[in-house]
Design a protein around this ligand. Structure first.
Ligand code: S3P
Length: 172
């Protein structure tokens, strides 16, 4: 089984994914890390030097390769991964894939993302919490169209262990 975690930046995809993979004794893969290693640059550097379109193409290409792989794994995608091209459709029609949306509220996302916004190319230009909150509110509204197509939707406002337990309970 391939468990694919989707959700906004700061929704806990990597932390939950790492823990979930451990609980299920399977491999954890972070899509951003694979992209970084493949291109040989950190994500902000890819955005700055090669542009977002290049990043989105790489993201889709690497995800497609992973979907064709025979192994089981837990994959943390990037916040935008399911929102471009036909990614959500591809995830939902791949037989051994369970897509899981980590649903986190705007206020929690704002508080989590504000201190680390400089590492995230899409929000690094936002100077204060109010602007960030407004950006997230609008962006999430657009992206929810894709996120809500996930097979499993989980309330992920709580601690990592609780979110993991909820996913395990829903899966088995
Ligand atoms: C992005 C989210 C990031 C990373 C890139 C673009 C997005 O991943 O893929 O900066 O479009 O939301 P995280 O969700 O892991 O921060």
């Amino acid at each position: 089984m391939k468990i694919i975690l989707i959700g906004y930046m700061g929704s806990g995809k990597s932390a939950v994914g790492r823990r979930l993979a451990k609980v299920l004794s399977t491999t954890f893969i972070d899509l951003d890390t694979v992209i970084s290693e493949t291109v040989g640059m950190e994500i902000p550097q890819i955005f700055n030097t090669k542009g977002e379109i290049f990043f989105r193409k790489k993201e889709q290409e690497i995800l497609q390769q992973l979907l064709e792989d025979d192994h089981s794994f837990v994959l943390a995608t990037g916040g935008g991964t399911p929102c471009y091209g036909a990614v959500m459709e591809a995830l939902n029609k791949t037989e051994d894939v369970v897509s899981v949306f980590l649903n986190v509220g705007v206020e929690t996302l704002t508080n989590r993302l504000f201190p680390e916004k400089q590492h995230r190319p899409l929000i690094s230009h936002l100077e204060n919490k109010k602007d960030l909150n407004e950006f997230i509110r609008k962006h999430l509204f657009e992206r929810n169209f894709y996120y809500l197509q996930a097979k499993l939707k989980v309330n992920a406002n709580s601690q990592v262990d609780e979110v993991v337990s909820e996913i395990v309970l829903e899966l088995f």
